[in-house]
Design a protein around this ligand. Structure first.
Ligand SMILES: [Zn+2]
Ligand SMILES: [Zn+2]
Length: 479
């Protein structure tokens, strides 16, 4: 294969690193005979300092030469782009891809050629009319052009950071890229690649909490009265609510097992008829749903339920749980959940985190993080009288017992004074939406997140227990 096309490389000239080439062409002839400075030196004669210094200098020269090669490779790629079809540069020369052509011209491996093409694209500023889709890589390209960063390091940053999207913003990627450029000189390419992937993962983790919040915001339940006297029920469940409802739904609609068994086929048929339930699965589900609401509303409002919750299991790695950063899963649901949600469930009595280490081994199956007993729930119900948040009127039966101290700092400490009642909704606010709870000398206060109150002024809570209010009335007022 011969390179027959010698048209001026004007686009390449615009790349800063190439230097003073005229617009008519690009020549390196002014560098004179490179065989002279780059003749293999007699290394044995060098002292240590000179040896190391020479190695550094050559590396820097090499980075500059590589940057130039990359810029040229990117231009070859541009002139061979798909829409040019068979008229493209590489195509005209019979090369299957521009990378192949670069490989042929330079003797590089296919991996090196691809890296050259990709990083070269970072060096050429996009035409003014084309918006730069990856502005966070501009500084990376500049570092390569200046001979400060190798092509491999730049490519590691590019691959590790990935693309911006609706959650991971351009700004956060710009910030991450700047950090990586600063760290690049002290890290190996492998470490830099891992670091870039790690930074991206950290940005993605925020996405889990945001997505969870977004999905939750879409939940609804609506009853539509119909002209014929029926009522249509329509709703949308967020994954966590779905986990609770689905577990119950599956339990009440699963095929009924057991019952009398007869060997005689006639008897069996008769028994079948006797025990037969002619309701459809859907009818059965609706009956169960109504029944649950009936039982639920009839339940003693002064008793904290939820010691036994529907069989939801939350899965999280031990490392993520300890670090309080990462994500978890609700068994049977496809969506990932935030660590805040995992912690909220861990906080509520009756849920057992199944913890895995990073190898996927179960490290802790039997150890329950159950902070408050049913007895303590009775005490809390008498003291709090229901959800402690604001003017919320949910009775104890609607509440979960929230442990004020983070469970990790305070493992096993189950003093009733360190717990309060919160309904599921307000328990969620505390764990997932940045509210904090303090309790000193029997006074509970809620500290709003800074997006609600920049000063984060504590809002004192009042007990909703009528009995407690009566007990604490000044003696003189008593009849
Ligand atoms: Zn809690
Ligand atoms: Zn509440």
């Amino acid at each position: 294969m011969t390179l027959t096309d010698t048209s001026p490389a004007t686009a390449v000239v615009s790349v800063g690193s190439v230097g003073s080439a005229g617009s008519a062409g690009l020549s390196f002839a002014h560098l004179a005979d490179l065989a002279l400075p780059f003749a293999p030196p007699v290394t044995g004669a060098l002292d240590d300092a000179a040896l190391l210094s020479a190695q550094r200098q050559v590396a820097q020269i090499r980075r500059r030469v590589d940057a130039t090669a990359a810029a040229l490779a990117a231009e070859i790629e541009h002139r061979s782009r798909r829409e040019l079809g068979s008229g493209g540069l590489a195509q005209r020369l019979g090369a299957r891809t521009p990378e192949r052509l670069v490989q042929h011209l330079t003797g590089a491996t296919s991996r090196e050629a691809s890296t050259m093409v990709r990083v070269g694209a970072l060096l050429a500023p996009p035409a003014p009319e084309i918006p730069d889709e990856r502005p966070w890589l501009v500084a990376v390209g500049a570092a390569v052009a200046d001979g400060e960063m190798s092509l491999e390091a730049a490519d590691a940053i590019r691959a590790g950071l990935g693309q911006a999207d609706d959650v991971v913003s351009v700004e956060s990627l710009v910030e991450a890229a700047e950090l990586l450029i600063r760290e690049a000189s002290t890290l190996t390419v492998e470490k830099l690649a891992a670091r870039a992937r790690h930074l991206r993962l950290a940005l993605d983790l925020d996405r889990v909490a945001e997505r969870e919040e977004y999905l939750r915001s879409r939940r609804y339940l609506h009853l539509y009265p119909q002209a014929d006297g029926m009522t249509r029920l329509s709703g949308l469940l967020d994954p966590e609510s779905a986990a609770i409802v689905t577990a119950t739904f599956d339990a009440v609609t699963s095929p009924r097992r057991g019952g009398p068994r007869f060997v005689d086929p006639t008897l069996a048929a008769r028994a079948e008829q006797v025990i037969a339930d002619d309701r459809t699965t859907e009818q059965l589900a609706l009956d169960a749903f109504v029944e649950l609401i009936r039982i639920g509303t009839a339940a003693d409002a002064t008793i904290v339920l939820g010691a036994k919750r529907p069989g939801i299991k939350l899965l999280v790695t031990d490392a993520d749980l300890r670090a309080r950063r990462g994500l978890g899963f609700i068994e049977g649901q496809t969506e990932r959940v935030s660590i805040a949600t995992i912690e909220r469930h861990a906080c509520t009595a009756g849920l057992l985190p199944i913890r895995f280490d990073d190898d996927g081994e179960v490290v802790n199956l039997g150890r329950e993080h159950r902070f408050f007993s049913g007895r303590q729930g009775v005490g809390m119900a008498a003291r709090d009288g229901g959800c402690q948040f604001g003017v919320c009127d949910r009775p104890p039966s609607w509440c979960e017992m929230h442990h004020i101290d983070h469970w990790q700092r305070d493992e096993g400490h189950t003093n009733i004074d360190r717990g309060i009642l919160l309904c599921r909704h307000h328990h969620r606010l505390v764990h997932n939406n940045g509210w904090e709870v303090t309790r000193t000398h029997g006074q509970t206060s809620f500290i709003p997140p800074s997006d609600i109150d920049p000063h984060r002024t504590p809002v004192p809570a009042r007990s909703k227990s009528a009995a407690l209010a009566r007990l604490l009335e000044p003696a003189g007022v008593r009849p």
